[in-house]
Design a protein around this ligand. Structure first.
Ligand SMILES: NC(=O)c1ccc[n+]([C@@H]2O[C@H](COP(=O)([O-])OP(=O)(O)OC[C@H]3O[C@@H](n4cnc5c(N)ncnc54)[C@H](OP(=O)(O)O)[C@@H]3O)[C@@H](O)[C@H]2O)c1
Length: 314
């Protein structure tokens, strides 16, 4: 919504003391909540955060291009021919990378190339989703894309979230929860899991509001939990027999290989879980509250809602 304000015609007194009429000159004061002149390209537009971000941006009046390999706008990191058409008309980009194939993915080079192209095509603001894992996992960095975005010339904000709640009801752990056992080499390590809705809300703020440029936000939930506590909470809420089964790093890799998971991806996942085993990023942060002005959602609320939706019903 744009507010049009008009000068009231009146008079002014000049230096000579003569009085002259001031002509009505309409001018426009932009409503800070009006984003109808902003077009945001959302990469990973079908994914956990992208899918949640799209309606938030639309609610604020922005035009949205939700992109992915199977999204309404086609975008494929492996096919640079799709990059420029996806950027058509975009002022801002939510940038989600493709870390599910660690062996084949040169995140730094691809993100740098894409970010450079985006700026050439008129993008002024970029929000990059990475992860709150700064050590190498499976021989790769999960924050390798940051430099390319920081150096691209657009305003940038980096999001480094902890693991999402939604891994348990729509992502990688859903099948194990349904099967009644989650084997993982995460021991009794602690992780302050975060709601993907909160991550999307922070992304929306960073894309639409001023004041987030040059910031790196570490996004956690309010409490650190072990996988044992997470699974017990789900078991209790569903009344089902679901257990967390801590395994060794090697046992986990071997098991994934049995399911024909590629060796580099198996190692990547095991290394990722080992970050939790060692409680590497276990301290809750207050970045969600600082950006959104409210507390992040608690895991118990998420579980209550997921039970009501019947996602863990057999
Ligand atoms: N899951 C977590 O707990 C977590 C925590 C912290 C950070 N992260 C970060 O969040 C990002 C997304 O991870 P996620 O596991 O949550 O996945 P996700 O966002 O749920 O799904 C991945 C998204 O990327 C798209 N995509 C995948 N490969 C692509 C490609 N080659 N080209 C273009 N688009 C592609 C997918 O759509 P199509 O299949 O239609 O292409 C989908 O929209 C990663 O960078 C990850 O490090 C995740």
């Amino acid at each position: 919504m744009t507010t049009t304000m008009t000068h009231t015609p009146g008079t002014t007194t000049g230096t000579s003391g003569t009085t002259r009429a001031v002509t009505a000159a309409p001018y426009v004061v932009k409503d800070p909540d009006d984003h109808s002149d902003t077009t945001v390209l959302v990469l990973g537009g079908t994914g956990k955060t992208g899918r949640r971000l799209v309606p938030l941006l639309k609610d604020h009046g922005a035009r949205v291009r939700a992109a992915s390999r199977r999204g309404p706008v086609r975008f494929d990191w492996d096919d640079p021919n799709t990059w420029e058409p996806a950027l058509d008309g975009a002022d801002a980009v939510y940038l989600v990378d493709a870390q599910d194939r660690p062996g084949q993915w040169d995140a730094e080079a691809s993100i740098r190339a894409f970010a450079g192209l985006a700026v050439d095509r008129g993008v002024r603001r970029m929000v990059l989703l990475q992860a709150r894992v700064t050590e190498q996992v499976g021989g790769k960095s999960l924050i390798a894309g940051e430099r390319g975005v920081r150096e691209c010339g657009a305003e940038w904000t980096v999001l480094r979230p902890n693991w999402f709640f939604q891994n348990f009801d729509e992502g990688v752990f859903l099948d194990c929860v349904l099967a009644g056992e989650l084997p993982l080499p995460a021991g009794d390590g602690l992780e302050p899991f975060v709601d993907a809705d909160d991550v999307a809300a922070v992304a929306a703020a960073a894309l639409l509001e001023d004041g987030h440029a040059g910031r790196t936000y570490e996004l956690s939930g309010p409490r650190a939990l072990t996988f044992g506590q997470v699974i017990d909470t789900i078991a209790h809420a569903t009344g089902r027999d679901v257990r967390y089964h801590p395994v060794t790093h090697q046992e986990y890799v071997d098991e994934l290989l049995c399911y024909d998971v590629a060796a580099d991806y198996a190692l990547f996942l095991a290394d990722l879980a080992a970050q939790i085993r060692d409680s590497k990023n276990a301290e809750p942060t207050d970045d969600v509250r600082r950006v959104l002005g409210r507390e992040p959602r608690d895991f118990d609320d998420f579980v209550k809602d997921a039970v009501a939706r019947g996602v863990w019903d057999l």
